[in-house]
Design a protein around this ligand. Structure first.
Ligand code: UDX
Length: 429
């Protein structure tokens, strides 16, 4: 086997997690080959077309390809044959009952088992249910391979920064020496390592995302209480977040939480808890609370514009589930827009990065902030893109039919309050 300083690594799945992991590991000097089941994706990557927007990712990929540390392959056998570590980075979508669907993971493991060299380690990065490591080992059908679970905690928009500065590295394996070798690939001797069993590693991932989602559900409920009692959520979170046991991060009230991980992972952990007879009421409540947050935003728009939204024109700033990404998967913005349209509003939306496909034909996507304001009865800020905090009311308000602005992300300046006919924020009067 090569020295740990420079190992041969294969990445199976050139999606968001796979590409960020491939780029990060290649930049550390590992020789990385990346495979995807979609040949057109590999063709694109070989032509330097990066299929996702992620800050700094394209530069990292170009640099590593140029240095010869990163290659993209159509053939799984070529990608994995020489690898010491094979990372599974394939999706685990949600089944109809909320459980994680392991089909892609198990199929990929089965294929890897056909081509991996003896002594290689299969590392699962995909978020998998507790206990999946044993099913993955079975799918490999090999006794001369090692298996480890190494959940990722990368946030979209800051994934490359997170790769080099993680809070911790978690690796689960039945062999501690295998866990240690996987952790050493990241070359971060000062970062805390949690080397544990596969089941614990798998549960840590779900626990982190579910806890953060619950924290936000609680903050968003406090925002609703603040609105009705004359408190200000900004001061409330600042005040109770200063208790070190609670912490001030991840405390910004908003239109609800979303994205490719939180909703899926909370439902998956809930489904696990139910299937083993230990149903989590907290997770159920966090999901319901998030739905209630979407509803509250819609009700408030109705109160400002209506009663009733039939025939109203709503302008929306932001479609992605948060700033810094073009990802609209489970975006709160879309959940709210759908509800507005169901109530008879027409919606025009602008996002600096996200593009809606033809599947969202009910929303009119426009190319500028000014078009969002033009003729609108209300403008609703749904994603906290920094450029929205720089817009000023003087030229935009006169374009509106009625000068109502509702900022669910708390990013517009106070000038909007004084200039608009009506200006509202989440979590305060
Ligand atoms: C999350 C986890 O943070 C990451 O560790 C894991 O690997 C993948 O899932 P991500 O999906 O990129 O990352 O989004 P994140 O930044 O965590 O935000 C999730 C949602 O919470 C977004 O809708 C965001 O707008 C919302 N949010 C976040 C808030 O409403 N307020 C906050 O203070 C923080």
């Amino acid at each position: 086997m090569s020295s740990i300083k420079s190992s041969n690594v294969a990445i199976v799945g050139a999606g968001y997690v796979g590409l960020c992991t491939a780029a990060g590991l290649a930049s550390l000097g590992h020789r990385v080959t990346c495979y995807d089941i979609l040949p057109e994706k590999i063709d694109g990557l070989n032509a330097n077309v990066i299929p996702i927007f992620e800050e700094g990712l394209d530069e990292r990929i170009s640099q590593s390809v140029f240095e010869g540390n990163l290659k993209f392959h159509h053939d799984l056998d070529l990608a994995v044959a020489n690898a010491d570590f094979i990372f599974l980075c394939v999706p685990t979508p949600q089944n109809a009952d909320g459980a994680a669907d392991l089909t892609f993971v198990l199929n990929a493991a089965e294929s890897v088992g056909l081509f991996a060299k003896a002594g290689a380690t299969l590392v699962t990065k995909s978020t998998v249910p507790v206990g999946a490591a044993h099913r993955i080992a079975q799918a490999l059908s090999r006794t001369d391979l090692h298996v480890a679970s190494n959940p990722e905690f990368l946030r979209e928009g800051t994934a490359m920064k997170d790769f080099y500065n993680p809070d911790r590295i978690v690796v689960g394996s039945d062999e501690i020496s295998v866990s240690r070798r996987v952790a050493e690939l990241y070359q971060l001797p000062d970062v805390p390592m949690v080397l544990t069993s596969p089941a614990s590693a798998e549960l840590i991932k779900y626990a982190a995302n579910s806890f953060l989602a619950m924290k936000l559900s609680f903050v968003n409920e406090l925002a609703a209480i603040s609105e009705l009692t004359g408190a200000n959520i900004h001061d409330v979170t600042a005040g109770f977040g200063l208790d070190k046991r609670i912490g001030s991060m991840f405390m910004t009230a908003g239109p609800g939480w979303g994205g490719s991980c939180f909703p899926k992972d909370v439902r998956a952990l809930l489904s696990i808890s139910e299937s083993i007879g230990a149903p989590s009421t907290l997770l159920e409540a966090a999901l319901q609370s998030n739905e209630a947050t979407f509803r509250r935003v819609v009700e408030r728009v109705d109160r400002i514009v209506g009663p009733g939204l039939e025939g109203s024109s709503i302008g929306v700033l932001g479609l992605s589930f948060k700033a810094g990404t073009d990802d609209v998967r489970d975006s709160p913005a879309l959940a709210i827009i759908e509800r507005l349209i169901d109530r008879g509003a027409s919606v025009k939306a602008f996002d600096p990065k996200a593009r809606l496909g033809s599947s969202s034909s009910r929303v009119i996507q426009v190319g500028s902030v000014a078009e969002v304001f033009s003729g609108a009865d209300l403008v609703l800020v749904l994603t906290e893109w920094p450029e929205f905090s720089e817009i000023t009311p003087e030229l935009l308000l006169p374009l509106m039919r009625r000068q109502n602005v509702f900022d669910t992300r708390g990013i517009l300046t106070d000038a909007w309050r004084t200039k608009s006919h009506r200006f509202e924020r989440i979590g305060s009067l």
